[in-house]
Design a binder for this molecule. Structure first.
Ligand code: CUA
Length: 333
């Protein structure tokens, strides 16, 4: 009778079961609260109903002990949800080391995925099974939201900054991906399919799919086209900071702050260079806001990241860049 009728999507990622357990716990607790409260209302309505016109409350104070119980017990029960949820949230917000980077652009009304090797796809994403995948996402227009029901992964995609999320698929197969933030007329059509493949099949897919150079080599081209290299160079004459070991490092700013050079830092330094000036340098860099599209920004970010892996001269272009990654800034400190 219920064939084909499923309340829950597949559990196809490392966190899917944990998210579902928390969800079931919350349903159980809130369901129990509904039953207890509604039963009490019904019982009291009957038990203490007004029996005659002269039936008035006596003004007796109830015992305080019973009030303490109904305040303190639910407090602790609901705090379980809070700590359980926070633990899961922290886990899902921190991509593990060695994650595979995929750059995602959302726009009205499609998703574009760019792999570091230069493969790109529209409304489709191919990933290997058993390997964390880190999505670095931005929107070219309004707010979108990337949602993989089978992975229990969802993250808003915003204009003018990167948001990051990750998942590790545990079962090969094909799953839905959706936009879950109303973004205009064709929002409901902003959907796609994620294909989880066995690692060797995935390697085959990668080998057949590169339409342009790797992201970092495209970024290197943009770096030269926009003459970034006239200021950002190695040596004492450099007017801008050397970018070789930049990614993931701690930067001391002129105003005394210290920040970590993550993807958003690099992006902001390109589109709004005055926002964070590194100590020892002058605020002379012009903004590139409006001159670079989302894809170029991602390529430049990939290029700057690749400099770290190679020690600063040439970007990583070998297939090795697909299997090794420096992880997130937080984890490297
Ligand atoms: Cu994009 Cu809804």
């Amino acid at each position: 009778m219920f064939e084909g009728f499923r309340l829950f999507p597949d559990q196809a990622s490392t966190v899917a079961r944990d998210v579902d357990l928390l969800y079931f716990f919350m349903i159980a607790v809130t369901g129990a609260a509904v039953v207890v409260v509604c039963s009490a209302i019904l019982y009291f309505a009957v038990r203490y109903r007004r029996r005659s016109d002269s039936d008035w409350p006596t003004g007796e104070e109830p015992h305080h002990a019973i009030e303490y119980v109904w305040i303190i017990v639910p407090f602790f029960v609901f705090m379980v949800m809070f700590f359980w949820g926070a633990k899961l949230y922290f886990h899902t917000s921190r991509p593990p080391d060695g994650a595979l980077d995929v750059y995602v652009t959302g726009r009205q009304w499609m998703w574009k995925f760019q792999h570091v090797g230069g493969q790109s796809e529209i409304n489709a994403l191919h990933v290997p099974v058993g390997r964390p995948v880190r999505l670095i996402m931005a929107s070219e227009d309004v707010i979108h939201s990337m949602y993989f029901p089978a992975f229990r992964t969802k993250m808003d995609v915003l204009p003018n900054r990167f948001t990051v999320t990750w998942f590790e698929a545990t079962r090969a197969g094909r799953y839905h991906l959706f936009c879950t933030e109303y973004c205009g007329t064709l929002h409901s059509g902003m959907i796609g399919e994620v294909t989880v493949m066995e690692p060797d099949e995935y390697q085959k897919w990668l080998a057949g799919g590169a339409t342009e150079g790797s992201l970092s080599s495209e970024g290197k081209k943009a770096f030269e086209t926009y003459a970034c290299n006239t200021c950002h160079m190695t040596g004492n004459q450099a007017r801008g900071p050397d970018l070789a070991a930049l990614f993931g490092s701690r930067r001391s700013l002129r105003d005394g702050r210290t920040v970590v050079a993550d993807e958003n830092y690099i992006r902001e330094s390109i589109t709004n260079p005055q926002a964070k000036i590194v100590a020892g340098y002058e605020p002379i860099m012009p903004t590139f806001q409006g001159q670079l599209n989302e894809a170029q920004l991602m390529q430049l970010v990939a290029y700057v990241k690749s400099l770290r892996a190679t020690g600063g001269t040439e970007p990583v272009e070998s297939p090795a860049s697909l299997t090794t990654n420096a992880g997130t800034p937080e984890q490297r400190q």
